[in-house]
Design a binder for this molecule. Structure first.
Ligand SMILES: [Zn+2]
Ligand SMILES: [Zn+2]
Length: 434
């Protein structure tokens, strides 16, 4: 490169604007303080529901070895490197930002012999999952609450994986959801169905949109989801798995649907809801909001552990999609706001500021919500903030009060104020709010 061009290139490279530096990485997104109340509500409901349904907490790392995901399982198909965030560690080990929660938990299940401690093992997890959407400008991170029941194939656990997310949504006051259910069959019966379906779609190629014509052999689930008129018409005449189920799968489905009906749960059978990955079998479900957003989904995965090199241990699970649930909450549900601050703390002078930290800690550890603006020095400015926040009580601490081990308590509504003994501050504040 001639010298002038080199200089020019260097200049261009350094011409990054502030906007370039302060920009989130492609595919990622911030969760901002303005949305705190929604997230807090999900965490509250999530932990409480998990406890009531007897699920125990498990957390696996955000980074896993790529090997764990190469079998095309856990909701990832096609070119895995294009779909996942893959990179190498220094030792040359290929790792990935986890695209789903089930495989890491199965990995941990085997690694730590969790099946010996409880069978079935019921665990819940919460965290971000990362999936790329090649060519689509879509956020690649989604936060999921997952519930797994590993070690038993009884339909009584299928219904538990459904009720736990239904109760979760109910606790968030999300109404008018639709539960769709189908079965994927098993190794014995699914093959003949898949064969029939393949032949049927091969003969209908000319009626499909160009994308579906390409995808029919690779990803039938996405073809079933296509809204193009021609594709919908082809789908509606396609063979359905219910006509191909073996006796054992038929029984499983029958018992499950009886359990669902006995529990008064409304559902819609959906023969086009399938999970086509080899590790998944039998029950599959999806829950959508009134406006059609998918809020939760789940299914049985009796072959998944085997698919990644383990023994055949049955499992069933469900997950709740936090970002989508927040959209549904914003659309319809009332929002519980965070606890309102009760006390505004004002300190004037260095010694008072120091002492105020101890007072605030004591109040907070006793469950009192305290706010302050201690970075501002003058009493006037701090008082102005206190008035703005509409906190019912203000506690004032100056040099004199520190020396006398007292505080001034001011009722912001009436303006009345009194001096109280510092040691009694928690009791006095709590009494005010009884
Ligand atoms: Zn079967
Ligand atoms: Zn189509």
């Amino acid at each position: 490169m001639p010298k002038t061009k080199k200089v020019q290139a260097k200049k261009t490279a350094s011409k990054k604007t502030r906007a370039d530096f302060f920009r989130v990485a492609d595919g990622m997104a911030d969760i901002l303080p303005k949305d705190e109340a929604w997230w807090r509500e999900i965490w509250r409901a999530g932990f409480s529901i998990s406890e009531c349904h007897n699920f125990h907490f498990i957390e696996t790392p955000v980074i896993e070895r790529l090997d764990l995901f190469v079998n095309g399982a856990d909701g990832v198909n096609g070119d895995i490197e294009k779909r996942l965030f893959v990179f190498s560690l220094k030792k040359g080990e290929r790792v990935v930002l986890r695209p789903g929660g089930i495989l890491p938990i199965l990995r941990s299940y085997v690694e730590h012999h969790l099946g010996y401690f409880s069978s079935p093992l019921k665990v819940f997890s919460y965290g971000p999952m990362f999936r790329r959407h090649p060519g689509v400008d879509e956020v690649a991170v989604s936060h999921e609450w997952g519930f797994q029941i590993i070690g038993d194939n009884d339909p009584v656990y299928d219904i538990q994986s459904i009720t736990v997310v239904l109760d979760f949504l109910k606790s968030l006051k999300i109404k008018n959801t639709t539960l769709k259910i189908n079965t994927n069959g098993c190794r014995v019966c699914r093959k003949s169905y898949q064969e029939k379906l393949k032949n049927y779609y091969a003969g209908a190629k000319s009626d499909l949109c160009s994308r579906c014509a390409r995808m029919a052999e690779k990803d039938i689930a996405s073809v079933f989801m296509c809204k193009e008129e021609g594709c919908v018409a082809v789908k509606e005449c396609a063979p359905i798995i219910l006509d191909y189920l073996c006796q054992s799968c038929n029984n499983h489905l029958k018992v499950l649907l009886e359990l669902i009906e006995d529990n008064g749960i409304l559902y819609e059978p959906d023969p086009y809801l399938i999970n086509d990955f080899d590790g998944f079998n039998r029950m599959v479900f999806s829950i959508r909001s009134a406006s059609g957003i998918e809020l939760a989904r789940g299914g049985r995965y009796d072959y998944l552990l085997e698919a990644i090199g383990g023994r055949q241990i049955p499992g069933v699970g469900s997950l709740l999609l936090a970002e989508n649930v927040i959209i549904a909450m914003q659309e319809q549900a009332g929002l519980r706001t965070r606890n309102k601050p009760k006390v505004f703390f004002i300190a004037v002078g260095d010694q008072a500021k120091k002492a105020s930290v101890r007072h605030m800690s004591l109040l907070r550890s006793n469950g009192v919500v305290v706010i302050e603006m201690l970075g501002k020095k003058s009493l006037k400015t701090q008082l102005k903030f206190a008035e703005k926040t509409k906190t019912p009580i203000t506690l004032l601490l100056g040099q004199k009060e520190v020396f006398e081990e007292s505080l001034i308590m001011r009722d912001m509504e009436t303006g009345a104020q009194e001096t109280i003994v510092a040691a009694e501050v928690v009791d006095r504040v709590k009494k005010k709010f009884k």
